[in-house]
Ligand binder design. Structure first.
Ligand code: HGY
Ligand code: MN
Ligand code: MN
Length: 418
C-alpha cells in the first residue's frame, strides 16, 4: 500500500539487525578520517579500491562471478546473466570529501544482505540477480557525477570521460587503468529492473514516522562551472578604485544564487571554489566556483540558472572582470517506474510512503534506460554529505528486509515489474 502516512511494518528481528551490523562493520572504518569522522572515498583511490576488493570477496564468498564493465562499474551475478531480465540491486562506494558513510555503501551492503535472504529462502529464482557498485557517483574526484552509470548507458562520451582529470592531473583513464569502454548495450540488455536502496538525504521519513520509503522521482538538477577573471595585483598598494577583483564578482554570484533560489523555491549551492594565486596579500587573477542548482521543474531550474548568469554578467561589467558560466552536467526530471512503485506498495508490508528527492543517484541515470526504482531508509537527522550523516541499525535492517521482499518478488514472480 502506498501512502503518505504509514503504519510501521513488522520491525526487523535482533538477528537481522546483528547481521546488518556485522557486515556493516567490515567496511565502516574504510576511508574514515579519524579527525572529522567524515569519509574520503574518492573513486579508485586506496580506500575505494579496498571497498572494491571487499565487494569481490563478498561475491567470491557466495560463489558469484564478478565482471567490470570497462567503465569502472562492478557487477556480481547470481544465476546466469546471459539468461537476461536480471534484477539488479546496488549503489556506489565513493563519497564526497568528508561525507557520510551511508550515502552509497548502505545500498551495496543492503544488496548483499537482501540477496542472502533470497538465496536462503529457496532454489535460485527464475531471473538472475546482479549486485552492482557504480563508479564515481559523486563526481568528487573527476567532476562529473554518475560517471560510471553515464558511461554504461552511453550518456557520456568515452572521449570526454577519458580526458577528465582530478586535482592532481590524473586522468580518469589512468585511474581506471585504460580508456573506458563506454556504452554497454549488451550488458544493459541483460537487466530487466534496477532497484537502488539509499539513505534518505532529508527528513521526510522522520516526519512521517516511517523506516523505509519509496522514491517517486528526482528533481531536475545540474552543476555549472563559474570562471571569474580579473587582474592580479598587490593587496596593499593597489587602490580599491584601480582593482579588477574577480572575488567581488564571485561573491556577488554566490549571493545572487542564494537569493534567486529562495525566490523561486529551488536550491542553489556554491560549495567548491578555487582561487589563483590564492595568496593572502594578492588581489586574485582568477576565481573558479561551481554552482549546484536544483528545482522541482526544469523550467524553474532553467530560469534560476539564467537569472544567476544574467545578474552576474551585469555585475562583472561594473567590476571590470570577466565571467563565464559553463554547464558541466545536467540531469532532467526523473520519474521512477510506475509498475515498480505499484509493486512496492503491494509487496511491502505496513505500507510505505512515496516521496520525491532532490538528490541525484545512479538510479536517476538508469531510469531512462530500464525499469528503475529506489527505496529510502530513514535518516534520523536528515543530514547527508557530512560526517554527521547517520542511520539506525534497526532502520537499516528494515531496509534490507524490504529490499529482500522486493527482490524476491521481482526475481521469482514472472512478469512482475515489467
Ligand atoms: O549530489 C547528489 O545529489 C548525490 O548525493 N550525488
Ligand atoms: Mn551523495
Ligand atoms: Mn549517493
Amino acid at each position: 500500500m502506498l501512502s503518505d502516512s504509514v503504519v510501521e511494518g513488522p520491525p526487523p528481528n535482533a538477528g537481522d539487525v546483528a547481521a546488518f551490523r556485522k557486515l556493516w562493520d567490515e567496511i565502516a572504518p574504510v576511508g574514515r578520517d579519524p579527525g572529522s569522522g567524515g569519509y574520503l572515498r574518492y573513486a579508485f583511490t586506496e580506500p575505494e579500491l579496498r571497498l572494491r576488493d571487499w565487494f569481490r570477496r563478498q561475491a567470491a564468498d557466495r560463489g558469484m562471478p564478478v565482471e567490470q564493465d570497462g567503465n569502472g562499474n562492478l557487477f556480481a551475478w547470481y544465476g546466469d546473466p546471459e539468461r537476461g531480465d536480471a534484477v539488479l540491486v546496488g549503489s556506489h562506494f565513493d563519497s564526497v570529501p568528508y561525507g557520510g558513510g551511508y550515502d552509497g555503501p548502505l545500498g551495496i551492503v543492503s544488496a548483499w544482505l537482501a540477496l542472502d535472504r533470497v538465496r536462503e529462502s529457496g532454489p535460485p529464482p527464475d531471473r538472475p540477480i546482479g549486485v552492482v557498485a557504480f563508479a564515481e557517483e559523486e563526481g568528487a574526484r573527476f567532476g562529473v557525477p554518475c560517471l560510471g552509470s553515464r558511461l554504461l548507458t552511453g550518456e557520456l562520451t568515452v572521449d570526454r570521460a577519458a580526458a577528465l582529470t582530478d586535482s592532481d592531473g590524473v586522468s580518469f583513464a589512468e585511474a581506471l587503468g585504460g580508456r573506458p569502454t563506454g556504452a554497454r548495450p549488451d550488458l544493459l540488455a541483460r537487466v530487466g529492473a534496477f532497484v537502488e536502496l539509499h539513505i534518505e538525504q532529508g527528513r521526510a521519513l522522520v516526519d512521517l514516522g516511517a523506516p523505509v520509503g519509496v522514491a517517486s522521482g528526482i528533481w531536475p538538477h545540474g552543476r555549472w562551472r563559474m570562471d571569474f577573471t580579473g587582474e592580479a595585483n598587490h593587496a596593499g598598494t593597489t587602490l580599491m578604485s584601480d582593482r579588477r577583483d574577480p572575488m567581488l564578482t564571485y561573491a556577488f554570484a554566490v549571493l545572487a544564487a542564494n537569493k534567486e533560489a529562495r525566490r523561486s523555491g529551488a536550491q542553489a549551492t556554491v560549495g567548491r571554489v578555487e582561487v589563483e594565486p590564492n595568496a593572502t596579500n594578492a588581489v586574485p587573477s582568477l576565481v573558479r566556483g561551481w554552482l549546484d542548482a536544483r528545482a522541482a521543474e526544469v523550467g524553474t531550474l532553467d530560469a534560476l540558472v539564467a537569472a544567476i548568469d544574467q545578474k552576474t554578467a551585469e555585475r562583472a561589467v561594473r567590476d571590470r572582470t570577466g565571467f563565464r558560466l559553463t554547464r558541466e552536467s545536467v540531469t532532467p526530471l526523473v520519474e521512477f517506474d510506475g509498475g515498480l512503485i505499484e509493486l512496492f506498495g503491494r509487496v511491502l508490508a505496513g505500507g510505505v510512503p512515496v516521496l520525491p528527492t532532490a538528490a541525484g543517484h545512479d538510479a536517476g541515470v538508469l531510469a531512462a534506460h530500464l525499469p528503475t526504482a529506489m527505496l529510502f531508509v530513514r535518516n534520523p537527522t536528515g543530514v547527508s554529505h557530512s560526517p554527521a550523516e547517520t542511520a539506525d541499525d534497526i532502520d537499516c535492517a528494515a531496509g534490507v528486509a524490504r529490499l529482500a521482499d522486493v527482490l524476491s518478488t521481482l526475481a521469482t514472480d514472472p512478469g512482475e515489474g515489467r
